[in-house]
Write a protein that binds this ligand. Structure first.
Ligand code: MRU
Length: 351
């Protein structure tokens, strides 16, 4: 995607370093972060310098390749198995991370160079799949459409294009009149910070709304459809996505608004029979209790926004049961969130 007049991907690798857009500085600063070792890349995934299912998948694949490259040196202080465990412990929910690590690990057993080639393939495939999702998803968007999205499943959450936002970008390029309601997505505000920044950067008309505004907007008939991303999709079509997705899905059903999930096949996990099998990440209470931003002088500030002394609970994802989902937009087409449709799709594509 273009930032200014330069084309960027969210994460990439050059020589033995992984580079990424430093997402936890956005929207206030645009900077590139370099990870020289696999361990640096693990840290960047954990602290969400890079985040979003596809982007952390690509970063994790690169981290695995970095570990293989490091292991070639005589001074190696790690074993490949330890490195794999470290990478897999960074974040638990997005299937893409485990998918990428497995692919690069298997490739690296042949040679470190092979691991690197495979990691590049994972990243290239992520961007290509997102582009296809945009093409299929844009067919669902009418000439004039008000779309609600939650969290950030734009190009920042993948290597390029994005999933939930890819159809929006394409629909706009096709001349459709799209307007996006962006859920703020507390506590980390991926909507208010990242989705809004992306849409603004691409001149897509949009407005940020508080997380609790969706019901009244739907009741007023202001939302035509919802498109969200996914971090993991179970075999029965239950979807893990950013906390707050479930309530949007329930609302959409109540108000008769189509609710679509956009995700590549690398997000499906047939080992999870239902959403109950998907591990949900709990993050630090500080993300709820404190907010960060900039003051009038452009200085970074972190402020307490809750009652001092109270604790907070911070589940990062929730599970939306398949019954609330109108369809899943994949790089192979749009399917029902249904066990049979999913197993057919995965079998046809040898997943
Ligand atoms: O915690 P994050 O920001 O890594 O969350 C992942 C997400 O971006 C969302 O859940 C998204 O909607 C699906 S993944 C693109």
């Amino acid at each position: 995607m273009l930032v200014g007049d330069k084309s960027y991907q969210t994460v990439w690798m050059e020589e033995s370093s992984v580079f990424m857009i430093q997402q936890n500085l956005l929207p206030f600063e645009f900077k590139i972060h370099e990870c020289k070792t696999y361990w640096d890349t693990c840290m960047a995934i954990t602290d969400m310098t890079v985040r979003g299912a596809g982007a952390i998948g690509a970063a994790a694949g690169y981290a695995m390749a970095q570990a293989f490259l490091m292991s070639r040196k005589k001074t190696k202080a790690i074993t490949i198995r330890e490195a794999r465990a470290d990478i897999e412990h960074t974040r638990p929910t997005a299937k893409n991370l485990f998918y990428a690590v497995e692919r690069v690990y298997q490739a690296g057993l042949i040679s470190p160079e092979n691991a690197l080639i495979e990691a590049q393939k994972v990243a290239t495939q992520d961007a290509r799949d997102s582009k296809k999702i945009g093409e299929y998803g844009s067919e669902l968007i009418n000439k004039k459409a008000n779309i609600l999205t939650h969290c950030n499943a734009g190009w920042l959450a993948f290597v390029d294009y994005g999933t939930a936002l890819a159809p929006v970008y394409l629909a706009k390029r096709q001349g459709k009149k799209v307007f996006v309601y962006v859920d703020e997505t507390r506590p980390r505000s991926q909507g208010g910070r990242l989705t809004a920044w992306e849409l603004h950067n691409d001149n897509v008309p949009h407005v940020i709304i508080p997380d609790n505004a969706a019901a009244s907007l739907m009741a007023e008939g202001k939302i035509d459809m919802v498109i969200v991303g996914a971090d993991r999709i179970a075999a029965n079509g239950d979807v893990a996505n950013k906390i707050g997705t479930l309530e949007k899905a329930i609302l959409a059903k109540e108000f008769g608004v189509p609710f679509f999930v956009a995700a590549p096949l690398s997000t499906f996990d047939k080992a999870c029979k239902t959403g109950k099998d998907i591990p949900i990440e709990y993050r630090s209470p500080d993300e709820v209790l404190y907010q960060t931003g900039i003051d009038g002088n452009n200085n970074k500030v972190r402020v307490l926004v809750c009652s001092p002394g109270s604790d907070a609970l911070n589940p990062a994802f929730d599970i939306t049961p398949s019954k609330y989902i109108t369809g899943i937009i994949t790089e192979k087409g749009i399917i029902k969130a249904h066990h049979r449709a999913i197993s057919k799709l995965l079998a046809e594509n040898k997943v």
